[in-house]
Design a protein around this ligand. Structure first.
Ligand SMILES: [Zn+2]
Length: 132
């Protein structure tokens, strides 16, 4: 990240460092981040989140964006690239990685639906036997 004492565009020393950047939608503020997603098991996705911060010139408004902790981000990115080259897609954004998650979700949904259906059937049978 820069350590400006003067704006690179207008030369002003009115610099606002490390300002948070948010997206404001529907009355809620969402901080902007860079996110790496790592599959850490069949059901678990590990996030590597790195906030984006801005250096702003208070005189002319010139703004530069930087990602916080870039070395950690870079280390995580290259480690994931290495894992991916050895074991196949580990990043959630990789083509094909989502389809496996979708398949697992569909299987789980199907099993839960069958359990619900058998529960309803058991309840109906139980109530039917009580009336006899
Ligand atoms: Zn400026």
């Amino acid at each position: 990240m820069p350590n400006y004492i003067e704006c690179p565009k207008c030369g002003s020393s009115d610099i606002l460092p490390k300002q948070k950047i948010v997206s404001s939608e529907g009355g809620s503020d969402y901080r902007l981040i860079v996110r790496l997603r790592e599959r850490a098991g069949t059901w678990r996705i590990k996030h590597h989140d790195h906030p984006i911060v801005a250096w702003i010139c208070g005189a002319c408004g010139y703004t530069e964006l930087y990602t916080a902790k870039p070395k950690e981000l870079s280390d995580a990115y290259w480690r994931l690239q290495q894992i991916q080259s050895e074991r196949g897609p580990m990043l959630d954004d990789e083509p094909g990685a989502g389809s496996e998650n979708n398949r697992a979700f569909l299987i789980l949904t199907g099993v839960m639906f069958l359990l619900l259906l058998s529960g309803i059937l058991a309840l109906v049978l139980l109530l039917g036997m009580r009336q006899w």
